[in-house]
Design a protein around this ligand. Structure first.
Ligand SMILES: *Cc1c(COP(=O)(O)O)cnc(C)c1O
Length: 451
């Protein structure tokens, strides 16, 4: 036995010891260590299936928090990362360049809405939002000194770090514990007309009126284009973005579109901004950027913004994450872009939208339980009248062989683009069954509503 194997010997600890340690000492998202939500032990994943330690397989309807758009263990992505692993797995990015990053940035700027020519690579979505906000502050310190606050819409979500939380809807619960610390920002009504609704320009009054009065304080207006994600899976009319673009330009307020959830085909267009044909001043990308292989995010900006930053007092953007432009992550992202371009992702997502909507829409007839059913691209939503209990719902779905994670009053299906129709219908059937149970007031399912 060589020395490495001796060290490794420890890892044969039995599963119940590990699971006990995990439950007592390992934090999982949005839960407490003293009474954690239960976990399922995933041992591997392939295409659209998660495999549990007891041999069960679950159809993934979540794309692992919206990242794994090509499913799991895609051979092209594995090969892309493996090749890079043998050549250069990491090197600092200060004073050094490498092809995986340069090629990725060149490809991104070629496919993003026209004008987003300049790319900053960061390590997670929240950090990309922090960088975008810092850029806006710095741009304004050169162009319109004194503009130091941000404007956003209610119902938005932009991440869990401090500044990202400050522009996330304070009513959503993500930031309530930290209000004493995070900076106060401005919130206006969320875009009131839904995606398929009839446009009425009065929907712009909250933004018009606010900026008319307060533009001299506002560095940037940040929002998720077309689809609000973690704030409630709400789809709004693209014309809102067209008009918001005009209004922001009029007052030289930086427009930041956070495409971390919507980018790379999810809404039926490569980028959600394309529904409106606009170019924001700054765009943030993450989640699906590497096809879910590993963490990476990007901030894309126009020349006007990068030139403004160069005129600010320090002249340079003061941000440099240790793992900036990690070559493995860039290689994964390049592999994911190959697939997106090769697979004709937009026709895949339009097809998923149709199957989801056809399968879910008549649930609105459960009027006691269901408020609305909607679908856009590869995202189908059943909005309920009451909040649900995530844990018991998760258990219900796992028993049906499905992996879904409802939140608040939202049950939604957000599958990898490669999901088969049969797998998608299995997800839909499970959601239907649950909604019918809730609607019939069946005793056992009552516990699925939180009290
Ligand atoms: C998930 C998300 C983020 C945060 O990304 P992380 O990688 O989780 O930090 C930011 N903005 C939007 C719109 C998101 O959906």
């Amino acid at each position: 036995m060589n020395n490495i194997d001796k060290v490794n010997d420890k890892k044969n600890e039995n599963d119940s010891e590990l699971s006990e340690f995990d439950e007592k000492h390992v934090w999982h998202p949005y839960t407490s260590l003293s009474s954690p939500i239960p976990t399922y032990h995933v041992v591997s994943a392939d295409k659209c299936l998660l495999r549990l330690d007891d041999g069960r397989e679950l159809i993934d309807g979540m794309s692992s928090w919206w990242a794994c758009c090509h499913g799991y263990s895609h051979p092209h992505l594995i090969e892309a990362v493996q090749k890079q692993l043998h050549t250069l797995s990491h090197v600092m990015f200060a004073g050094i360049r490498h092809d995986p990053a340069t090629v990725l940035c060149k490809r991104l700027s070629g496919m993003l809405p026209k004008g987003l020519n300049n790319i900053f690579l960061a390590d997670s979505g929240s950090v990309a939002v922090e960088v975008a906000l810092k850029m806006a502050i710095q741009y304004q310190s050169a162009r319109n000194p004194g503009r130091t606050r941000f404007l956003t819409v209610k119902g938005g979500y932009h991440g869990d770090t401090m500044a990202a939380m400050s522009v996330t809807d304070p009513g959503s619960g993500f930031s309530s514990e930290y209000q004493c610390y995070i900076p106060r920002q401005y919130f206006i009504e969320r875009p009131s007309i839904p995606f398929h609704g009839e446009w009425n320009d009065s929907a712009m009054l909250p933004l018009e009126n606010f900026l008319k009065e307060h533009h001299h304080e506002i560095a940037a207006f940040i929002l998720e284009p077309v689809m609000q994600g973690a704030g409630g899976m709400y789809f709004y009319h693209p014309q809102y973005l067209v008009r918001a673009r005009e209004i922001c330009s009029r007052y030289d307020v930086v427009m930041i579109c956070d495409e971390i959830a919507t980018g790379f085909g999810r809404t039926g267009r490569m980028f959600a901004c394309e529904h409106a044909g606009i170019t924001p001043d700054i765009m943030t990308l993450g989640k699906g950027l590497t096809g879910g292989m590993m963490t990476l995010s990007a901030v894309a900006v126009t020349d006007r913004i990068s030139e403004g930053i160069s005129l600010s007092p320090s002249r340079v953007l003061m941000h440099g994450p240790t793992f900036m432009a990690n070559p493995l992550a860039c290689a994964a992202a390049n592999g994911s872009l190959d697939l997106l371009l090769y697979e004709d992702v937009c026709s895949q997502t339009s097809h998923i939208e149709k199957v989801l909507y056809d399968g879910l829409r008549d649930l609105v007839s459960c009027t006691e339980t269901v408020k609305e059913v909607r679908a856009l691209g590869a995202c189908g939503v059943v909005e309920l009248r009451k909040n649900v209990d995530t844990v018991s719902m998760q258990r219900f779905f796992v028993d049906k062989g499905i992996w879904l994670r409802p939140f608040g009053n939202i049950i939604y299906i957000y599958p990898p683009f490669i999901i088969t129709d049969e797998q998608l219908r299995a997800c839909i059937s499970a959601v239907r069954e649950l909604v019918f149970l809730l609607n019939d007031g069946v005793q056992t399912s009552q516990s699925c509503f939180s009290v």
